[in-house]
Design a protein around this ligand. Structure first.
Ligand code: NAP
Length: 289
């Protein structure tokens, strides 16, 4: 029987996951379809019931359902209980196990670029769902200190708490002209953008969360935004001699880890990157014409 894997979100029409996950399934000859399900918040319980069916391998979960699914899954793992957010479900005979592969996605993206933050200082811009995964990844990686800059200070404090005893944190206002933030960036080995600034069709697609002069050679700049592949943040970092890392790697690696959990197979990461880049190029072409 052909199996099904779903993406639960709202909206889902622009997600790249169906393109690169289906390409990976096809490349390995797995008899499964990856479908995008546009699910309204009130319909999540019904979608989960459908996911418990025998034809379902599991699902990815995206905005705005990560928290709801963490609460409603049958078997949330320790990470999901701790973070309060799930991005992957695996159907074990009618029982939905929930995990979060965003942290693995961040770890693999940095490892692939040779970035090791053990004993180093890190700056995180933003304190939303993606930022939570960054804090846990930095804690696991043994960073020496994490400064979090965000508009909403209470939200930043809550995210900083995920650092626990192992990762010292501080919270700064999100003010790209403040000397405190510029000093923190100058001292950091890694600067992460977890705001949507610079994202195509986002709040300001031409903006960067930092002035171009904030970057320096020798540090890494990781933008979680993946459309476009080179954001203003990454362009400025590259121009300053810093090491730019785009968000597509995180998207692919979190998806690859989910693929491994659904299928038990080694994910064809190169196939996934190629399919995602083809989809992005087609989209850019369609927008131009
Ligand atoms: P979210 O939960 O909505 O959080 C957004 C964060 O950005 C909040 O901290 C918010 O600040 C801040 N923000 C929003 N608009 C801003 C503005 N105009 N100026 C300054 N700060 C602003 O979103 P999320 O899920 O964390 O996603 C954040 C970004 O990461 C998005 O661009 C998303 O596409 C990307 N992302 C990428 C991946 C990947 O796989 N590469 C995965 C997840 C997310 P306040 O708290 O003050 O409102």
């Amino acid at each position: 029987m052909t199996k099904t894997i779903a993406l639960l979100g709202h909206p889902v029409a622009h997600s790249l996951s169906p393109r690169f996950q289906q390409a990976a399934l096809d490349a390995l000859g797995v008899d499964a379809r990856y479908e995008a399900w546009d699910v309204l918040p009130e319909d999540v319980p019904v979608a989960l019931e459908r996911l418990r069916g025998g034809e379902m391998l599991g699902a990815n979960v995206t905005i705005p359902h990560k928290e709801t699914v963490a609460r409603l899954a049958d078997r949330p793992d320790a990470l999901v209980e701790w973070m309060g957010a799930a991005n992957t479900l695996v159907n074990h005979g009618g029982q939905l196990a929930a995990t979060n592969t965003d942290i693995t996605g961040i770890q693999r993206s940095l490892a692939a670029e040779g970035v090791d933050v053990r004993g180093r200082r890190v700056v995180l811009l933003g304190a939303g769902g993606a930022a939570r995964a960054v804090v846990i990844a930095m804690r696991r990686a043994g960073a020496a200190h994490l400064a979090i800059a965000n508009r909403d200070q209470a939200r930043a404090q809550a995210v900083a708490a995920l650092g626990g005893d192992e990762l010292p944190t501080s919270v700064l206002p999100f003010d790209p002209t403040s000397q405190a933030l510029l000093d923190a960036v100058a001292e950091a080995s890694l600067v992460v953008n977890a705001t949507p600034l610079g994202m195509a069709h986002g709040p300001d697609e031409h903006a960067s969360p930092l002035p171009a002069s904030a970057f320096r050679a020798g540090q890494a700049a990781f933008d979680l935004v993946y459309i476009p592949e080179e954001t203003p943040f990454l362009r400025d970092a590259r121009a300053a001699g810093a090491h730019p890392i785009g968000g597509l790697a995180m998207l692919i690696h979190q998806g690859a880890e989910a693929f491994r959990l659904w299928t038990g197979l080694e994910p064809p990461v190169d196939v996934m990157f190629e399919a995602a880049r083809t989809a992005l190029a087609e989209r850019a072409q369609a927008e131009r014409s």
